[in-house]
Design a protein around this ligand. Sequence first.
Ligand code: SF4
Ligand code: SF4
Ligand code: FES
Length: 573
Amino acid sequence: MEFQIEINNKQILVEEGETLLSALRRNAFRIPTLCHMNRFSPTGACRLCVVEVLGKRDLITSCSHPVEEGMRVRTNSPRVIKARKSLVELLLSNHPDDCLYCQRNGHCELQWLAEEMNVKERRFFGKKNTWYPDYSSTSVARDPAKCVLCSRCVRICEEVQRVTAIDFISRGNQTRVNSAFNKGLNESSCIHCGQCIQVCPTAALLDISHVEKVQAALSKDKKQVIFFISPAVVASVTDTLGFKSKVKARDRIVAALKRCGAFRVFDLGTAHDVNVLEEARILSDRLAERGGGALPLMSSCCPSWVKYVQSFRPGNLVHLSEVKSPQQILGTLVKTSYAVQEGMDPESIFLVAVMPCVAEKYEASLEENTHKGVSDVDAVLTVREFFQLMRGFGLDIAEMEEEQPDRPFDTGSSAGWQAGYSGGKAEAVARELFRIMADPKKEQFKFNLPKNLSGRREIKVPIGGKEIGFAWVSSIAEAEDYIRHLEDEQREDIHYIEVMACLDGCAGGGGQPVSRGFEHVRSRKRICVEMGKANPIKHPGENPAIKSLYKGKRLLPDHPTALDWLGRQFNKK
Ligand code: SF4
Ligand code: SF4
Ligand code: FES
């Protein structure tokens, strides 16, 4: 039911049951918030969203209060402004005064709020927090002294990822967010998704930075620094810099990295193609009951999902595909076959992945991702760190001339773009499975992606005279619920599940630029879809690099098949 309420003397139409904040925002009233997150239940923790309702004694929190018929609201009365300003001043009273050196300087919600509330001096002097920062994790750094206790990280870790690696501990002015038993994040159940970094309003949660080690490698004559760029990063840069569709963001990124001193710059597309080809082959083998392994086959390209299965669902390891993630595939290819071909010492190569993901930092650090003591990937830059590197070198991507990536990894099929959003990889694998199993004279490939790709989705695709079930989920909570549902219902009609730990897949990855809403996730996803459609190489097998890589199926003398070489070790007995 709709009815009218009065806001600052203006009548607006509202929906029964919606919160006052949602009604206000829909009608272009900007209300400051800190603990509020779209799509999440309100906590009413920060009280910054207070408004005055005429006739009510106390100010109310608009994020948790439903609209009421006949309500007369004042969003910026002197009482409201004073209350909000005092709240911000209290938050600042014990906050470290190191904005000039802070990584979030200029991107900090607390800083914005102080400016918005016209806070010009310190009126309250609280005892400064002296909590130690936690750099124990390979992916996420924590600085509890900068925490404003908004609970956004705690809620995303619990409600979206269901791992509850962090939570509030202690009481009163000792309250803080921490991992269990005050151990470092490395000893917690963290799956390295970085979603907590995405939602933190301050610098209390950050990347474990690899920028300095990349800068150091670039300054050493003995190191040949090779970068590779994920298509999802290209989409993110396109979105962040507002490039029109005809601007080739990838080629500008290549040019910028070459100006930093990169020896080679590759496109990660070929590795996505290998990943899809191998996963489709495993699926066809499992469907034909060849080579062992269980159905449904579960994708293994998301390191957070793999870590979750290893920690929480070890019984599902037999379902995971044995293929390495695209990052580790390219790492292996560069440090072995490429190095051999080019006569390079793998130890002289410093390989840098530019990714939309924080978990790739963790993955690159794993012992299993080394060959003869040399890491396949030496550093991983998130999109945030990539922009930081560019600023450090004083480079403006918008002004760059375009430059092609280097051969042999200079291109990729549409599969690389499809990997940037939830559901895209499932479609690429289905298409490849069709190529392996179907008779194109009798069947036509049909994979009608629903308009809304988010959430839990299933699709049945006729391939080789059978109905093959494909499904995709994003977030661990969705994956957990979906797998339990398949188990409870004893369903056997789903044969492949794509799982991405981040909401909406890599478009919402933990390494993406921090934004206050989900609108950038949507636009990154749209760019990936458009780029995938416009890409001239439609199938992984058409990629020239793939054609030469798979020639004879002998990649290296001691590795008879691609999968022996590019496979993960956890399923190898
Ligand atoms: S990285 Fe992910 S799993 Fe780890 S604490 Fe943050 S939200 Fe939780
Ligand atoms: S660490 Fe960041 S997101 Fe978590 S409670 Fe503190 S300020 Fe909020
Ligand atoms: S945003 Fe409403 S209480 Fe925090």
